[in-house]
Design a binder for this molecule. Sequence first.
Ligand code: SF4
Length: 494
Amino acid sequence: MQDSSIESRQVELCVPDWRSGFRDAASGSGASVAGVGPTGVAALDPLVTATAAGRTAFYAGCTPERAARVADELTGETIEDAGDPDAVVEHAPDTMGLPVAELAGIDVGRRRVLAGCGWRRPASPSDHDAAGGFVDAAPDEILATADELVGRGWGDWRRDEPVAPDWRRARAGDDGVAVVVNAHGGPADALLLRSVPFEVLEGAELLARAVGADRVVVYASEADERAVERVRSAADAYLYPDAPVDVVTGPSEYRAGEPTMALEAVEGNHRLEARLRHADELPTLNDATALVHSARTLAHLAVAVRTGERPSTRLVTVEGDVESPATVELPETATLDAALDAVQPTGGVKAACVGGRFGGLTDSFDVRVSPDALADADLGTGGRVEVLAEDRCVVAFAGELAAFAAEENCGRCVPCREGATQLRSLLRDVYDGEYDAAGIEELVRAMETSSVCPFGVDAARPTRTAMAAFGAEFSAHADGRCPSGACSTTEDQR
Ligand code: SF4
């Protein structure tokens, strides 16, 4: 958050840049005021911090009135006791990452990619520069760092696979190369654009340098207006980009985050259908080879190149039946239990859908968040954990996701289009006393092995994993009973 143009200030206030009233409230105190993005921990919002001489005070759930009181009480060169803070942290005076306070959510995991969230001004190149950004790394150095990197999230062309082989291939080819940042893949991607867009842009620019790309495209959902606005501002302010940046929005539908549908949207095609994938080919954007990666993947690249540390953390967003959602950054050795520590469940935790919209259902959270461990546990790796409270019904939950898949698929391939419709129907039959477990499993297998894109491959996972972990609940429904009491009548489910 430091601004080298304001060298004389002693105290700095960070206020949310997305809520009106805070700047005015904080002005007039003599402190400098920086507008920053969200931390990812919604329970703390709006968060105001006051910093001086290596000490930062936190004011969570702040109002403009409280911010004004804090500003009034800030005297001279210290933050002592101003405004009765929720936490005070001592830290290196020149830190460019949000200090870790003992506040729920912020104190979970290890914030590396998220370090600047809630601390640096999103569109300030000087803040990013002060954090060590705009690294002067050579292409071979970037590629060597990428050898440790796997794609993150369902919007990444190389989900859970190494990215570097594609990059070397693109560099060696004769075609032009476009770097496509797919920020349509989930809340963590949107958070990065919103709060630390320079981390994402730098990752994309490093990749462009490594492969000789002549274009960077940032693709985001049109629903993420603030994120789009911030990344546009950051792109305009980027210092010496290796390739020019375009920011393009697409429809907010979930399927529009699939990598090939993202390319269709960037090319301006209004009818979103997934493209066929060929194992040996990279996708194209217009006539250029397209390297499509999530905002998360590229932000991890930027931080890894800058720090020399392995990209060994994962961003996990916990949502669902919780007081408020949180996006945390965990070492891959941490478990899902640690992610749950970041939130307050609203009614106990019966289960969680782990891995994304079409994640895996489980009631066992002693599972590491590394992609291998999650895959071994038959869970998804997309970085989302949806909590289901004790009174939730997993049969109804699986049915809702099957209905969503039936309605939202792009229609291109039969296994997904017809499979999702049949799955919805078979799950409705359970409420009529017919639980055809073998038939559902066969259908699920067909969808997972024959669908063209990850939407269809993943769409049946909630049902399959719910049957494995909560089989007795399916049988109970076929007997006319919902163990959680959530399904009051069969008609409710039809
Ligand atoms: S899997 Fe579904 S979303 Fe993907 S191409 Fe087939 S019908 Fe479309």
